[in-house]
Write a new protein. Structure first.
Length: 201
């Protein structure tokens, strides 16, 4: 499914969008580029799971995702302003890369996991509309709810089923465990922030 030329082209496209968006606010550029990726990748995951597109068709978007990962890793590596988020990005994108590289063997697993990207949509919109307090609160709550459903509920359900079947290697199960643990850590921080916000109201 992976095509070196398509992945290289995707990396260039992601670089173009990032440079186009990156006028004054680097994080805003990252969020806008991420918004495009999470909308496209999750949409094709839904289409595949709904039997509306083939495994090969989603494979084209796989190359787009690989280009997105490569470009993201590049900017988080070489931009000093992003140093604090560099290593957590390495872990997250490393796990994403494992999913991409194993798509051909586990297309259903990849498609179910890519649904987690839906939760990233309100996260990006929250930053994009951060100056609008009302929208920021709404996107924050939507992000929290979708994260709970898609990254905590769905991912742990998938992990549970993976452990109780012989279909997956220990390497894949361990990678999934790390991914679920990372989501759990983020959700813990989000819940603390939500409780603090409610107490201040």
């Amino acid at each position: 499914m992976l095509n070196l030329q398509l992945s290289a082209f995707s990396t260039l496209i992601n670089s173009f969008f990032w440079n186009y968006f990156n006028q004054k606010d680097m994080i805003l550029a990252i969020r806008k580029n991420s918004l495009i990726h999470c909308c496209v990748s999750s949409l094709f995951g839904v289409l595949y799971l709904s039997n509306l597109i083939s495994k090969e068709s989603q494979g084209y978007i796989l190359n787009y995702s690989l280009g997105y990962i490569i470009h993201d890793l590049y900017i988080y590596t070489f931009k000093k302003e992003l140093y604090d988020e560099k290593y957590i990005t390495y872990i997250h994108h490393g796990l994403f890369l494992i999913g991409v590289l194993n798509y051909n063997k586990y297309p259903n697993l990849y498609s179910n996991l890519i649904l987690a990207e839906i939760s990233t949509i309100p996260l990006n919109l929250r930053y994009i509309y951060k100056k609008n307090k009302n929208l920021k609160i709404k996107f924050s709550l939507l992000f929290y709810i979708l994260f709970l459903i898609l990254r905590i509920g769905n991912c742990n359900y998938i992990l549970y089923n993976m452990i109780h079947t012989d279909e997956y290697s220990n390497y894949i199960i361990f990678s999934m465990f790390i991914f679920s643990s990372l989501n759990g850590y983020w959700f813990h921080l989000m819940t603390k922030n939500l409780i603090r916000f409610l107490k201040e109201k």
